[in-house]
Design a protein. Structure first.
Length: 158
């Protein structure tokens, strides 16, 4: 399958939860709204920890306020981001589709309503659904590399 969009890749390493949160700050700078991203990684890879850093960087939530949306499916955070010396609003949506079984269940979540000019949508387990992959503007992949170390790759479509 040929890619028509140009891809930009950013690579990060983390050796602790604290470093993963710091990487989240750097990733937040790369995510210019509107952005719809798949967040990939095995269970326990640190996806939610990364979102803690992204939310903190956007002044949307303290890291201890960010939890996995495994059972609630969607967590929503209001924040701001610096644009040309001023703060502009941003909505951060963190979704976990692990428990979703099919496209029909997915449709009930209303993903279209989440996408707005000021939104960042991060979808865990989105690769399970063709419709999510098609909508995606990139992905953040997290891989355990031993102990608390993680490899974090951000791939953005232009």
């Amino acid at each position: 399958m040929a890619q028509t969009a140009e891809m930009k890749t950013h690579q990060f390493e983390s050796h602790s939860g604290k470093e993963t949160i710091a990487v989240g700050h750097r990733v937040a700078e790369l995510l210019v709204p509107p952005k719809f991203m798949i967040l990939r990684g095995d269970l326990g890879a640190g996806k939610t920890t990364l979102v803690k850093g992204i939310a903190e960087a956007l002044d949307a939530a303290d890291p201890d306020e960010v939890t996995s949306p495994t059972f609630t499916l969607i967590h929503e955070y209001e924040g701001t981001r610096a644009v040309d010396g001023r703060r502009e609003p941003v909505m951060l949506y963190h979704l976990d589709l692990y428990r979703i079984q099919n496209e029909r269940q997915l449709d009930s979540l209303g993903l279209e309503e989440l996408s707005s000019p000021d939104s960042l949508v991060l979808v865990e387990w989105g690769e399970k659904f063709a419709s999510v992959v098609k909508r995606s503007q990139g992905e953040i992949e997290m891989r355990a590399t031993g102990g608390d170390s993680r490899s974090i790759t951000v791939t953005l479509k232009d």
